[in-house]
Design a protein around this ligand. Sequence first.
Ligand SMILES: C[S@@+](CC[C@H](N)C(=O)[O-])C[C@H]1O[C@@H](n2cnc3c(N)ncnc32)[C@H](O)[C@@H]1O
Length: 218
Amino acid sequence: MRLRNVRGSEEIISAHPFTIQTDGADAEQFKGNWQKEIFGNFNPIHLEIGMGKGQFLIKMAALHPEINFIGIEKYSSVLVRAVEKLDALKLGNIRFLRMDAEDLEDFFSAGEIEKIYLNFSDPWPKVRHAKRRLTSAHFLEKYEYILVKNGLIQFKTDNRPLFDFSLEQLEKTGWYQEEVSFHLHENGPAENNVMTEYEEKFYRSGNPICRFLARKPN
Ligand SMILES: C[S@@+](CC[C@H](N)C(=O)[O-])C[C@H]1O[C@@H](n2cnc3c(N)ncnc32)[C@H](O)[C@@H]1O
């Protein structure tokens, strides 16, 4: 979903008070300080990795003022679309980070996050790129570090091979599968589910959407 050359996107992100351009940022300033220093409260933190244009996270933040939400997106050209949406709202419980999930442990300390959302993550279909999938054992290890005890991951995708791969990775690394659905919206839009941009598109085309909730190993 990379949008090329959105003019001024990096400047817009850098200038916005709720958005952090991680290039050149002092990671230590953030690590371990999200609740007290950045949000100014001790509410739990939920993270979306690969948030795209932000529809899911912004709706979640509006629905749950008792939770702090952080969205991570690799590309400024995509993230800037989420920043534009933020301006029309008055939400104190949301922040965006322009960064690669590879660097998670630099910006978050052990046990700082309660729940991670992975929505319609890039499938990286070639076997040689499997490590780049956000549900690979490589990333699960990072999530295990930043999540609280009993912390959760929720993953949604319409890509069945990616979903099957992800379930295998959970099993291999000792995560507990709490809920698994291979057709979330079989009987119409699922209850208590906020749709992402990609999800709306796939739902309209009739693609079955898979979702799991997994708890980190003890
Ligand atoms: C297919 S889009 C889905 C966007 C959104 N979650 C949705 O469901 O509508 C995947 C997004 O994840 C971002 N992404 C992929 N790998 C990433 C990584 N390693 N770190 C941060 N963002 C990443 C991509 O740039 C892209 O915007």
